[in-house]
Design a protein around this ligand. Structure first.
Ligand code: PLP
Length: 471
């Protein structure tokens, strides 16, 4: 046991050293998957080993393949910084080993979830009586919300999908924007709603559903149970659907309106950018992540449903050996897919307590201002162009903007590679309207003004190199 405790102390030192090194490092080139596979590949161990030796070996083998996603100059995908306070709360979560599945097994974890759920609704300015499930991330949050939606719209026409399944059920109709996130389709596939059965609603140049197209799609949809899926924060442009216009249209048609707000819903918590999500509180359900803008470590997301009863009908688990929640008690397993799971309320509580309402608003605002600063610096360079107007924290740049489609694709991909190779900052690419772009996401609390400027310089430098080489 003493050895185990000493190991925990030792691993804390290794962890702290890693954080210190990676804060400013996008400088070390990261070993790729195949190198890592070769490093880890061994026959199944026949005999055990000392815990300390195992952890030393894990750290030694993995370190070359750990990307500096917690560093100041990481701008790939939409990745939060895993703030040290959230990480410390997550360490305690692991140390405590609580199973957040029920009130008796995990009283503190259950209570913290109940309190953090109230804080989240307050910060995101959503109905205070809505229910929240603490899930792995927005992918599963979307699925959980859509399960509640499916159950409720079918219940309204007299069908109990939770009891009787989908075979023989009245068909449910789904509308979704043309620029929805790929992960929403996972939910549709799992729930028997079908990824191909949806009606795709036309979007504008930043990926927002066009209200006239939305209204037309609802009007011409087959009468009956309907779910409309909107989004706060398009992955490439950061733009949100015009909820203030869409929500009344959906309500008038009797459709359930779900919002995928993985990162963009946090605009609600920031007065300077709350106009982006105006009217979103009128929806029926919302998916949002903690591990993006709230900076909790992975994995942490929230499935939020206005009609808590519909949420519970879709998710509740009962068994004689599971203590039921009584009265006003919140059963932590009634809102998620899993029974046994990690106590995600702890890092959520810790990050909200750490930042407070003001700190969260300041963080969102700072991320968006830094995104604008980097975007302006790159777009000032001849041949580089911002692809769509900036809405929030995500933006796209195309290089060789006047070089023609195919040449522009080649140049843009070459710049992304050159930035990654120089390893001052990390950034990735995406296809937008059929053409390659460099996509930048400013989501980490670790990013400073200086880091943003160094990143812009690195991107301009990469573009000049590529242009001079005439790729
Ligand atoms: C708009 C949107 N929806 C859903 C997701 C999926 O979220 P997660 O990876 O946390 O499951 C993302 C991820 O970036 C996203 O940007």
């Amino acid at each position: 046991m003493d050895d185990d405790l000493a190991m925990l102390q030792e691993v804390a030192k290794v962890a702290i050293a890693h954080r210190a090194e990676t804060l400013d490092a996008e400088r070390t080139l990261v070993a790729d998957y195949h190198t890592m596979l070769a490093a880890f590949a061994r026959p199944t161990p026949e005999r055990g080993a000392e815990g300390r030796a195992v952890i030393d070996e894990l750290a030694r083998l993995a370190t070359p393949g750990i990307r500096a996603t917690t560093g100041r100059r990481f701008f790939g995908w939409v990745i939060g910084g895993s703030d040290p306070t959230g990480v410390a709360a997550d360490w305690l979560t692991s140390i405590w080993g609580q199973n957040a599945g029920n009130l008796v097994a995990a009283p503190a974890a259950s209570a913290v979830e109940a309190v953090a759920a109230g804080w989240l609704l307050d910060l995101l300015r959503l109905p205070p009586t809505a229910s929240i499930g603490f899930v792995t991330g927005a992918t599963v949050a979307n699925l959980v919300c859509l399960a509640a939606a499916r159950g409720e719209v079918l219940r309204r026409v007299g069908w109990d999908v939770e009891a009787d399944g989908l075979f023989g059920a009245p068909p449910a109709h789904v509308l979704i924007g043309a620029d929805a996130h790929a992960t929403v389709f996972t939910g549709l596939k799992c729930l028997g709603l079908g990824a191909r059965r949806v009606t795709v609603v036309e979007t504008d140049e930043v990926g927002r559903m066009r209200p006239a197209a939305f209204e037309r799609a609802l009007r011409t949809a087959p009468a009956g149970p309907t779910i409309a899926i909107a989004q706060a924060g398009q992955i490439n442009t950061g733009a949100s659907d015009p909820f203030a216009v869409l929500a009344p249209i959906a309500a008038a048609a009797g459709a359930w309106l779900h919002v995928d707000g993985a990162f963009g819903l946090w605009a609600q918590a920031c007065p300077a950018f709350a106009d982006q999500t105006a009217g979103v509180e009128a929806a029926d359900s919302w998916a949002v992540d903690g591990h993006k803008w709230l900076q909790t470590p992975y994995d942490c997301g929230y499935a939020i449903v206005r009609d808590a009863e519909a949420h519970r009908r879709a998710m509740s688990i009962t068994a004689s050996y599971l203590p039921p929640a009584e009265g006003a008690e919140r059963d932590p397993s009634a809102y998620v897919l899993e029974l046994s799971r990690r106590a995600r309320g702890f890092p959520t509580w810790a990050m909200i307590r750490r930042l407070g309402r003001e700190g969260i608003a300041a963080l969102i605002e700072r991320s968006c201002r830094l995104a604008a600063r980097v975007a302006a610096a790159i777009a000032a360079e001849p041949g580089a162009a911002l692809v769509a107007p900036l809405a929030l924290n995500q933006f796209m740049i195309r290089f060789g903007a006047d070089a023609g489609d195919a040449a522009g694709d080649r140049l843009t991909l070459a710049v992304i590679r050159a930035v990654q190779d120089e390893a001052v900052a990390f950034v990735g690419g995406a296809e937008w309207r059929g053409r390659w772009v460099m996509r930048v996401s400013v989501t980490s609390a670790a990013t400073t003004e200086a880091a943003a400027d160094e990143t812009a310089d690195a991107m301009v430098r990469a573009w000049r190199r590529v242009r001079a080489a005439g790729v």
